[in-house]
Design a protein around this ligand. Structure first.
Ligand SMILES: Nc1nc2c(ncn2[C@@H]2O[C@H](COP(=O)(O)OP(=O)(O)OP(=O)(O)O)[C@@H](O)[C@H]2O)c(=O)[nH]1
Ligand SMILES: [Mg+2]
Length: 284
């Protein structure tokens, strides 16, 4: 089934990209957040071009929602084949945060050493987050800004008007993350972004996306679907499965018909919360 076209606005992309490029000049390390469930689809395709040879750490965020063995494979891929340190994170619970802090510090060690060898005072390593909407940039910033952190305020001169958050000793973080849009001309990428919540629900057709999701799950994880919704079997047509789920969950409209939109919202939310299972949709 074809999904309706999802629109994005090139104007926004250009503006966001400019802002990232501006901030790139004042940071040492960029933390590139990807959604662990879709490490390819959640990447901005121009990221390599934008970041150039800037030091970079790839974070597979929301790892708590993804397939663990796939996350391991993706970590190896990014670390060995692309040559960036790659860390799996759960920014909601803070799992993996210390590894990120240590990695950032060792990444930028040479930069700080160079300052010292020139007789300058060592300064904290400066970080910036970048990633697509909803990938968890703010959650990660809040996590890092947790206990013991303080806003370091404006720094006139070098970084006019920028707010830095001190993350423990020797590390600080730009408080405004860079938003980079994904590219979803490919309907399959659009589907993966929609189903994981990267695209606002207002601009997607929830029923269509969910029917496609049910079709996918029928193929890759029928047992999970049947167990979650207490179904004895799955129908050949995923729309019929959606109706059965609606019936099980009491999604009815007057006349006894199934409210399929209501059922779709339930399935989509439960999938996003990994209640149906932990899935990685971009497989390696
Ligand atoms: N399960 C889980 N949820 C997460 C994680 N990180 C973020 N979230 C949730 O994902 C949603 C989006 O997180 P934000 O931190 O607001 O994402 P953002 O990248 O700042 O989004 P924008 O500001 O819209 O670009 C929130 O509901 C978070 O609670 C994670 O590691 N695991
Ligand atoms: Mg945010």
């Amino acid at each position: 089934m074809e999904l309706d076209t999802i629109h994005w606005y090139p104007g926004h992309m250009v503006k966001a990209r400019k802002m990232v490029q501006e901030n790139l000049k004042i940071v040492d390390v960029v933390v590139e957040l990807l959604d662990a469930r879709i490490p390819v689809s959640s990447r901005n395709p121009a990221i390599d071009d934008i970041l150039g040879d800037k030091l970079r750490i790839t974070v597979l965020n929301k790892a708590d929602l993804a397939d663990k063995s796939q996350t391991e494979k993706w970590k190896t891929h990014f670390t060995r084949e692309r040559g960036y340190p790659c860390i799996a994170l759960d920014s909601q619970q803070g799992k993996g945060i210390n590894t990120l802090i240590n990695t950032a510090q060792s990444q930028a060690q040479d930069i700080i050493q160079k300052l010292i060898s020139k007789g300058r005072r060592p300064r904290p390593v400066r970080l910036m987050m970048v990633g697509i909407p909803n990938v968890g940039k703010s959650s990660l910033i809040n996590r890092l800004a947790g206990k013991g952190s303080t806003k370091t305020g404006d720094r006139p001169g070098v970084t006019r008007g920028k707010q830095w958050i001190r993350v423990g000793k020797g590390l600080e973080l730009l408080d405004t993350p860079g938003i980079l849009w994904p590219k979803f001309e490919d309907p399959e990428v659009g589907f993966r972004l929609a189903v994981t919540g990267a695209i606002k629900d207002e601009v997607i057709n929830i029923e269509q996306v969910t029917v496609k999701l049910i079709s996918l799950l029928t193929e890759i994880a029928p047992q999970n679907l049947m167990e979650r919704y207490k179904l004895d079997k799955l129908a050949p047509d995923p729309y019929d499965t959606l109706k059965s789920i609606g019936a099980k969950r009491g999604c009815l409209v007057s006349g006894g018909n199934i409210d399929t939109l209501k059922a779709a919202v339930i399935v989509l939310n439960e999938f996003r919360a990994a209640k149906i299972g932990m899935f990685t949709l971009d497989s390696i």
